[in-house]
Design a protein around this ligand. Structure first.
Ligand SMILES: [Zn+2]
Length: 360
């Protein structure tokens, strides 16, 4: 099934945030599949099925992020605004505005938080739909593709890389808290390392909130560019300056698979090996896998910071089909988040993958 909701469109320019993110990606995927917007799951459908009146709450966020970060989002307008300015990098190191034009904004910056909360609710809802099963469009069991989500850079203490809150870990911890799942896999194939997820899982384990012995755990696999943001040298220097061993970009995932520039032909064999290792690391079959299915490894992606990895459309399709078949063969439910993907062609890999599993 597909989860998509028009209300989740971020409309950055309405808030004066001048990011080059095409907001028609989800719609173009649906057009390519020939699926009408009225036949997909929306947040209202989810509310009707489950009756979640509150969506994602402060408690859900506090289960994952530090008290300092969580409180900054709910305390007052000013603290929320500061968290947003930092997360979207709207002020540079010299204190000047960066790709932020408040005078062109139609709405106050802090209004975007409502949409971010809804997006996080979408990620959690996609997991619930995957666990519920049933499928109208695809030859798949317990599968939900969410045309949104994947904010994998959000860290314990702060938002980062346009990700204010870590929707994947928030969803995973909420599922565990309500008893819907205990062992959860995060399979992250966005071009950029899933640094926020890695840091959060390490901290949650240290705090005893996750425990392999108890059985409620989150295992992280990240396949990503070996260099470039967030693993670049500037970050490393800052990390050393701050003397922070926990600095998110360098926090290890349970399985990290860095792909060096020009080694695209190794991508699929290494991914395949990584999935088998993930299975061996697990004490039992995962209750659900969250797939952070970024499209920015695609050769036609237009984000400069994703240019060190260049997979062809065929390789992108093989990547997704491999993960899909691996999970389906083992009967593991999966919620897929669209994550990164920039420019006019960012819709293509998602659309081609979903078309390949469509039921006709
Ligand atoms: Zn990315």
């Amino acid at each position: 099934m597909i989860l998509y909701d028009k209300s989740l469109n971020m409309k950055f320019h309405d808030y004066g945030i001048m990011l080059p993110i095409a907001d028609n990606r989800a719609r173009r995927v649906l057009e390519h599949l020939g699926i009408d917007e009225t036949s997909v799951y929306t947040l209202d459908t989810v509310r009707a099925i489950y009756g979640f009146p509150q969506g994602i709450t402060e408690e859900d966020i506090g289960r994952v992020h530090s008290a300092r970060h969580t409180e900054s989002l709910f305390r007052d307008e000013q603290s929320l605004k500061e968290a947003l300015l930092a997360c979207y990098e709207l002020v540079d190191e010299d204190g000047r505005l960066n790709r932020y034009e408040p005078k062109h904004a139609k709405k106050p910056l802090t209004d975007i938080f409502k949409t971010i909360l809804l997006q996080n609710f979408g990620s959690y809802s996609a997991c619930r739909l995957a666990l519920r099963g049933g499928n109208t469009h695809f030859n798949a069991k317990n599968f939900c593709f969410y045309l949104g989500g994947g904010n994998h850079h959000a860290r314990y203490n702060e938002g980062s890389g346009f990700c204010l809150m870590n929707d994947s870990i928030i969803a995973a911890r909420k599922l565990q808290a309500e008893g819907s799942a205990s062992l959860i896999w995060i399979i992250d194939v966005d071009a950029h390392k899933g640094d926020g997820c890695a840091e959060l899982v390490n901290i949650l384990r240290k705090q005893g909130d996750l425990s392999a012995e108890r059985g409620d755990d989150i295992l992280t696999l990240s396949v990503h560019m070996a260099g470039g943001w967030p693993l670049d040298i500037e970050h490393l220097k800052r990390s050393l300056r701050e003397n922070s061993m926990n600095y998110a970009p360098f926090a290890p995932s349970d399985l990290d698979i860095p792909i060096a520039e020009g080694e695209e032909e190794l991508y699929l064999p290494l991914l395949s090996e990584g999935l088998l290792k993930l299975e061996r690391l697990s004490s039992k079959r995962a209750d659900i896998a969250i797939v952070i299915d970024g499209d920015d490894p695609y050769i036609k992606d237009e984000l400069p910071s994703a240019s060190l990895l260049k997979l062809s459309l065929e390789q992108m399709l093989q990547r997704d089909r491999h993960i899909f078949d691996f999970l389906q063969d083992r009967g593991i439910p999966s919620a897929w988040f669209m994550a990164g993907g920039y420019g006019d062609n960012a819709w293509e890999p998602v659309a081609y993958f979903l078309k390949s599993i469509m039921r006709f």
